[in-house]
Unconditional design. Structure first.
Length: 236
């Protein structure tokens, strides 16, 4: 009788392990896609920031992509998310993140929540992430997706004015192209902080600019690469 019970216990254990392996295998198929994305699209292009790479590996990008485009979630390109907006190419997300030089003490403002993916990436690196989206349906959808990220706060409003309540910020990321740097964002950037922002019109060559605010308040700008972003939307 005892031998029979032992045999049944072993068989039950094998059954449980088999089901667990099947589950892990299914989950790992997307992990493998993320790992390939990080290795081939990001690391091979020179990004070595450990925190950014770990965040890109851990955040499930496919959850922030509309179902119609989910099969291309880990492809090397931006994807539409509705309302004339896009989720940025993975490399650009990683590049902008790494350029801000953030750590676990950083408080960051994001202008242009979009899908919520960039905020989720920042969440794994920073102490607090405040993100503003001007298009209500996008903001509401992103807020729902970001509920599991306890250090992310979403606001629907005009990001041009920043978020004075939580300023100053160690880093500011603008995910849409402006024709000039919004003065309220400069004011809300902490001395020693950095802002990454695409500058240029819709029909112009846009440049990804890294702005550093020195301790005396003066600004130093660095032209990173040419980019193509949707324009920064303003309230009427």
């Amino acid at each position: 009788m005892k031998k029979c019970i032992r045999v049944l216990s072993v068989l039950f254990f094998i059954f449980l392990i088999g089901n667990q392996l099947d589950y892990l295998k299914a989950a790992d198929s997307l992990f493998n896609e993320r790992r390939e994305m990080v290795e081939t699209q990001i690391k091979e292009r020179g990004i070595q920031d450990k925190a950014a790479l770990e965040a890109m590996l851990s955040v499930p990008r496919h959850k922030f992509v509309p179902p119609a485009h989910r099969a291309y979630a880990y492809a090397d390109r931006p994807l539409p998310i509705g309302h004339g907006q896009t989720i940025s190419q993975p490399y650009i997300v990683a590049l902008m993140t790494s350029l801000l030089n953030l750590d676990s003490k950083s408080v960051v403002l994001e202008v242009g929540t979009g899908s919520g993916y960039q905020a989720a990436i920042l969440s794994g690196i920073c102490k607090e992430v405040y993100t503003v989206e001007i298009i209500p349906p996008l903001g509401k959808n992103a807020a729902a997706l970001l509920k599991e990220y306890d250090n992310v706060t979403v606001e629907i409003g005009d990001g041009y004015y920043g978020w004075k309540e939580y300023a100053p910020f160690d880093g500011i990321m603008v995910t849409a192209a402006a024709t000039y740097i919004p003065p309220p964002l400069i004011k809300q950037l902490k001395p020693g902080g950095k802002m990454i922002i695409p500058i240029g019109g819709v029909f112009q060559v846009q440049r990804l600019m890294l702005i550093t605010k020195k301790q005396d308040g003066t600004l130093v700008s660095e032209n990173i690469i040419p980019v193509r972003f949707v324009p920064l939307t303003r309230a009427d």
